[in-house]
Design a protein around this ligand. Sequence first.
Ligand code: 2AM
Length: 189
Amino acid sequence: MAETIRAFIAIELSGQIKETIRNFQERLKPLGCDVSWVKPENAHLTLKFLGDVKIKMIPSVTETLANSCRDLRFFDTTLTQPGVFPDLRHPRVVWIGLDDTEGKLGQLAGSLETALGNIGFRKEKRNFRAHITVGRIRALKNVTQLCDAIKGFTVPSGIKQSVGQITLFKSTLTPQGPVYEPLSQSKPG
Ligand code: 2AM
């Protein structure tokens, strides 16, 4: 069987954003919900989840990312308010948003989707939503309190994230949680 690695493409986050995520989680943790919290140092904005990739495909993934980045111009986005997927009545994923009112993040994710589709990766069926997952709800325990606290949390305004580099990550699932390792970084041309 071919050797594979689990991989995804993401934007790495600033220290200030990770600190905001930590503060948000600290507000929610005492509510006693059954949530798997993302370690703030591991938090990222996923642009494309690749799943299991044959190791011999990695160079062509890296080349595709470099080509997709060639036309990218640096831009800034800002942190927006938190929310849940799929909705407040059935919360499964707790996230904090990144502003994409100009659609630049969506365009970046879309161009990666197309370029990676051309080398055989399956297209994502869900529409891109610019979000940072901060927790995954394991069981519906105390979720009303959790959702109230999420609605009541205000992310400070003006927390910036520059988008000028995308990272290909290897993800290793361990009993202590996922371990992410950057494999390559692509910057605008
Ligand atoms: P998320 O931020 O939207 O939750 C690394 O595992 C990242 O890949 C996760 O942060 C998650 O993005 C995304 N991911 C993991 N498993 C996935 C799957 N089966 N389908 C789509 N995205 C997935």
